[in-house]
Design a protein around this ligand. Structure first.
Ligand code: GLN
Length: 487
């Protein structure tokens, strides 16, 4: 017999609307699930129990009164802790913001609420979204539900772990260089980084604003389409938000890839990408060919510069975005208030930020400083343009690009954390979509050594529809979305 916390967002909202299941009983089954498994996984930083119960009761009341309920009626959503939630602490998993309670909701949160979703709590992440393992959190690491010794990926590791462990029906993450797709791949979720500008960043605490987007993390492609339909669309409070008509992405859920042209970049299957990460993806591509797609090898020559370019741009933007945390206007303020402004400022930041965040602020400040600006930052911007041109050229001949999401299987907690360069290497296959702004989705494509492997599908700007159609076709004909970790 299936338990109600297992329901997908699409099924659940139908049942809440028809009053077959009440939002409150469903929420309680999720809360019990959290009480049972989160001690092992540590997906959550904050659980907003009381607020969630009050919301569930309101939704049930609306249903009883016969009012029209929204697309996500009763759906329990976990939110990455760098997205502002009014009245609910938003920490970025940093000591700096340990006690920050935003006075406003991010646009995506407003939209979730308008569609009758329930915000259950805030999920753990790498501090200020800087990392790929969720180990740099001030509140301690999150564990991979498939194997508690392994990392869940990052930086949205709490969101991805919560969803596959059924501690939430769906989640939001943010992706600056892979932070939605990496943990989706490592936890066997569907994770989508939308085209830059499709989803409002208003209320997202910035790490590297020219690269990042908020996006859904779910167990099925249908739920991904559902959440995207709710959170996307123009917002005048984000100047980079694009003015295009809102879409109903559910219409792309068609199991058909006949005539689809797939490009396989040589660089995504070459040196540095482990066999265990490649094989399931090549098998998946074989399946898509059986269903009528064709594929060819392509090349993205500028890929070899993608990682250094990404890290220079991300760190430079971070050094500027994080300058506001001085302990005076915002953030951690040490009891010891002695000294002049510089001394107080440095002390608050030294204690308030963890080692990785400090490293990036220092390197980013260096890359932007007079004399080095042209040598590092400007050069990185030029490489960004070259990579974009490579992708534009490739997309003249193909409809989508496929590769692994991650170059290696989930590794042990503690294994790479002391070697930043080794950690940065994990992002090699995810950063191109951020540098170009193109949409990219990770879909479960099998297991190796009992650990999940994700397939990455990259599309043309604003062509989320094709990504969803391809992912849906694969999912419906294989069924990897039905597996659950042994908890
Ligand atoms: N791992 C990458 C980084 O550390 C990406 C992080 C992200 O997407 N937020 O910058």
């Amino acid at each position: 017999m299936s338990r109600i916390y297992e329901l997908m967002a699409a099924e659940l909202s139908d049942k809440v609307r028809s009053q077959e299941v009440s939002a409150e009983e469903h929420l309680h089954s999720i809360l019990e699930r959290i009480d049972r498994v989160d001690e092992k996984i540590h997906a959550y930083v904050t659980i907003a129990r009381e607020e969630a119960i009050a919301r569930a009761r309101e939704i049930d009341k609306k249903a009883r009164r016969g009012e029209k309920l929204g697309l996500l009626a009763g759906v329990v959503v976990a939110v990455k802790d760098n997205i502002c939630t009014k009245g609910i602490r938003t920490t970025c998993s940093s000591r700096m913001l340990e006690n920050f309670v935003p006075p406003y909701d991010a646009t995506v949160i407003e939209r979730l609420k308008t569609s009758d979703a329930i915000i259950i709590g805030k999920t753990n992440m790498d501090e200020f979204a800087m990392g790929s393992t969720t180990e740099t959190s001030y509140f301690g690491a999150t564990r991979n539900p498939w194997n508690l010794d392994k990392v869940p990926g990052g930086s949205s590791g709490g969101s991805a772990a919560a969803v596959i462990a059924e501690e939430a029906t769906a989640a939001l993450g943010s992706d600056t260089g892979g932070s939605i797709r990496c943990p989706a791949s490592y936890c066997s979720d569907v994770g989508l980084k939308p085209t830059y500008g499709l989803v409002s960043r208003y209320g997202l605490i910035s790490y590297a604003n020219s690269l990042e987007q908020i996006g859904p993390i779910t167990r099925t492609v249908r739920d991904c389409a559902l959440l995207l339909s709710v959170i996307s669309g123009h917002d005048s409070r984000d100047s980079t938000s694009v003015k295009i008509p809102r879409e109903d992405y559910l219409k792309y859920l068609i199991s058909d890839v006949k005539g689809l042209r797939i490009g396989l970049p040589r660089e995504f299957f070459g040196e540095g990408v482990e066999e265990d990460a490649k094989e399931p993806v090549l098998e998946a591509v074989g399946k898509l060919e059986e269903f009528g797609a064709s594929c060819c090898e392509i090349s993205i020559p500028a890929m070899k510069y993608a990682l250094p370019a990404y890290y220079i741009i991300a760190m430079s933007e971070a050094s500027s975005n994080l300058a506001r945390y001085d302990g005076l206007r915002y953030g951690y303020r040490d009891e010891n208030d002695e000294g002049n402004f510089d001394e107080v400022f440095s002390r608050n930041r030294r204690i308030g930020f963890g080692a990785e965040v400090r490293r990036r602020i220092i390197l980013g400040t260096y890359a932007l400083s007079a004399g080095y600006f042209e040598q590092y930052y400007l050069k990185a911007l030029k490489i960004r343009t070259l990579i974009r041109r490579d992708f534009e050229r490739a997309f003249k001949d193909v409809d989508i690009i496929i590769g692994p999401t991650m170059p290696l299987l989930p590794f042990n907690i503690g294994e790479r954390i002391d070697d930043p360069l080794k950690l940065y290497m994990c992002d090699i296959l995810t950063v191109p979509a951020n540098l170009t702004g193109y949409p990219a989705l990770s879909v479960p494509s099998g297991f190796r050594k009992s650990l999940p492997v994700g397939m990455q599908i990259i599309g043309k700007p604003f062509d989320e529809g094709t990504l969803l159609r391809v992912a849906y076709t694969f999912e419906q004909n294989t069924g990897y979305h039905k597996y659950r970790p042994p908890l």
